[in-house]
Design a protein around this ligand. Structure first.
Ligand code: UDP
Ligand code: MG
Length: 318
């Protein structure tokens, strides 16, 4: 089994995370690796996880060359794993490692993906809860893809599902959406999401908003259709309006024009710029995808827990 844990400035939670992981690993006799990804942290995260990797045989520490963002750090982690089954969790212990045995049970019942679904969210601001609530419902409507509501990236995946996910090399990644996209047999595991163990959230509103935009633009071009709808609606209204003012003019009623002209120029200018902006979001993504740069760069790796454990995996896979 492999665990993937992205860490960005998480020095306060790491000692407790390590303790809880040690407890988990001690329960099992099969080989386990924990891949800790340092996503370009500026605090002591790297020296800490590096020393863990030296002391605990089951830890592999990977340092990215800079901060590439949570979704990319997860992708890097998955690329590094060797396990037959892989679990992604957050470093802040909001995804309790103690749930992994339950997930494993579902996996042995034949599910390829077991995702954690939040029954309740503790310690999150009202605005974040509202934003998350609204996002999942809007996403499902516009993208036409059912991403289970109120899930994060906490999930167990079979090797088959990991390979499928890793074959999608798009630059702007919304991992939980991509996991829904690959299909296979998926199951929800309900849990109450505890508060962050220590430290502050690494997802300020700005980052959450960008993730939401990435999610929408990488799964649907519905926003581009808004331009067509707006265009048709504006044209219909314009024809009606022209008809009315022509009739009034024939009847000898004429309005001085400054106010109405300014109003229509400003309104149409605003709408056009907004639509151009939406178009730009897509063009920018095509540009970045076309550049075909690697998704991330690795700076250093410490430890290789499953180096000799491949034998068992190959046996099971064959
Ligand atoms: N994280 C990361 N890179 C980033 C931001 C966050 O690797 O640029 C990691 C972070 O260390 C944590 C996980 O992503 O393990 C989720 O972040 P956080 O708990 O702050 O998000 P929240 O639970 O508040 O949504
Ligand atoms: Mg968190």
């Amino acid at each position: 089994m492999s665990l993937v844990i992205p860490c960005y400035n998480e020095e306060e939670v790491l000692p407790e995370l390590r303790r809880r992981l040690q407890d988990l690993v001690a329960q099992y006799s099969f080989p386990i690796e924990v891949v800790l990804i340092d996503d370009g942290s500026k605090d002591n995260t790297w020296p800490l996880i590096c020393s863990y990797a030296r002391e605990d045989g089951f830890i592999k520490a990977v340092r990215l060359a800079r901060n590439f963002g949570h979704q990319t750090a997860i992708t890097c982690g998955l690329d590094q794993t060797k396990g037959e089954v892989v679990v992604i969790l957050d470093a802040d212990l909001q995804d309790p490692p103690e749930l992994i045995p339950e997930m494993l049970k579902d996996w042995s019942d034949g599910y390829d993906v077991v995702y954690g679904q939040r029954r309740q969210r503790h310690g999150e601001s009202l605005s974040k809860k509202f934003f998350a609530f609204a996002f999942y419902r809007i996403f499902e409507k516009v993208a036409g893809l059912k991403v289970p509501r109120d899930t994060g990236d906490f999930r167990l995946m079979d090797r088959r599902a990991v390979n499928a996910l890793q074959s999608l090399r798009e630059r702007h990644r919304f991992v939980r959406g991509m996991v829904s996209w690959i299909g296979h047999h998926q199951k929800a595991l309900q849990y109450d999401r505890p508060e962050r163990f220590a430290g502050v959230t690494k997802y300020p509103f700005r980052k959450s908003l960008f993730l939401a935009i990435d999610a929408i633009t990488s799964f649907t071009y519905a926003p581009l259709r808004v331009a067509s709808y707006l265009g048709v609606a504006t044209s219909v209204l314009a024809f009606l309006y022209i008809f009315v003012i022509l009739v009034l003019k024939v009847m000898g009623i004429n309005f001085p024009g400054y106010t109405s002209i300014m109003a229509s120029i400003l309104l149409l200018g605003g709408v056009q710029l907004t639509v151009l902006g939406i178009l730009g979001e897509y063009v920018g993504r095509i540009f970045e995808q076309g550049q075909n740069r690697p998704l991330y760069l690795v700076d250093q790796v410490q430890g290789e827990p499953l180096e000799n454990a491949n034998h068992g995996r190959q046996q099971k896979a064959s």
